[in-house]
Design a binder for this molecule. Structure first.
Ligand SMILES: C[S@@+](CC[C@H](N)C(=O)[O-])C[C@H]1O[C@@H](n2cnc3c(N)ncnc32)[C@H](O)[C@@H]1O
Length: 256
């Protein structure tokens, strides 16, 4: 018996990893975060698996299910949206399992910030523009953001920013970013990447909210900001240049 924390990916049932789908298929009991994980994902489960939506369960109730499964010798699949290591609230579950002596493992998943980049058909890193991605979040009631990690102070780096949990506070987040970044900085919001309801909007920081009804972007929205999102051509990586040699490939011609 073991508990497997599985990254469900951003939403689409075929964006889970093969390992994650296999663990789901082997589980007798499945706990999934119904507020963020699509029910479509349950297509990978055994037909007689016991399914629990954790949206209405507190930690104690979830741990009680782990204990019950352990006493029955049942495998548990615990589905988290995207990758469990990012805003997944898994640490407290892991500590409880360790205290109870219940074995567990983690299967990573496709995070929503890369799924959002895929929707936009963009790269989050560009040579000479930004080689750094800051993963952060808008402040929320459940988890405080430490001092020194304000959006404005992170924006000062000029890196690409993937701002999670921003849907409910888009105006505030953009106001903070504008304290450090020019209004012309490329910006985009992607809602429900890979779900049938997926939508996105691309503009600049100064114009992003023009014509948007903020309420329609409250849930499962990713805010991406940074010059790397610009559509105009710029410097490209030399990795595939015919003039560039590396350990696995000799240059086809000399650099000019
Ligand atoms: C509690 S966090 C979980 C993040 C998740 N662990 C991950 O790696 O994507 C929830 C936030 O992730 C983002 N998110 C999750 N799924 C998304 C999707 N399909 N499209 C856009 N953003 C998504 C939103 O910012 C949402 O508010």
């Amino acid at each position: 018996m073991k508990v497997t924390f599985i990254g469900a990916g951003p939403g689409a049932a075929d964006l889970i990893t093969l390992r994650g789908a296999r663990a789901l298929a082997e589980a007798n009991i499945v706990l999934y975060a119904g507020s963020l994980v699509s029910r479509d994902m349950l297509v990978h489960c055994q037909p007689d698996a016991e399914i629990h939506d954790t949206a209405s369960m507190n930690l104690e109730e979830q741990v009680a299910q782990y204990e019950r499964a352990s006493s029955l010798g049942w495998n548990v699949a615990r589905l988290h949206s995207g990758d469990p290591a990012i805003y997944g609230a898994i640490s407290e579950q892991m500590r409880a399992l360790e205290t109870l002596g219940i074995p567990y493992e983690v299967v990573p998943g496709v995070s929503s910030f890369t799924a959002a980049a895929a929707v936009l058909k963009t790269s989050l890193t560009r040579p000479e523009v930004s080689q750094t991605i800051i993963i952060t979040r808008a402040e929320g009631r459940a988890s405080a953001v430490p001092e020194g990690e304000s959006l404005a102070s992170l924006a000062a780096h000029g890196a690409t920013m993937a701002i999670f949990l921003s849907g409910a506070g888009l105006t505030k987040a953009i106001d903070e970013l504008l304290c450090e970044l020019p209004a012309t900085t490329p910006a985009a919001v992607v809602c429900k990447a890979s779900w049938p309801q997926e939508k996105h909007h691309t503009a600049t920081l100064g114009t992003l909210l023009d014509g948007l009804t903020a309420d329609e972007w409250r849930l499962s929205t990713m805010l991406l900001v940074g010059q790397a999102l610009a559509s105009e051509p710029g410097a490209v990586s030399r990795l595939y240049s015919p003039e560039y040699s590396h350990r696995f490939r000799k240059a086809a011609r000399d650099p000019q």
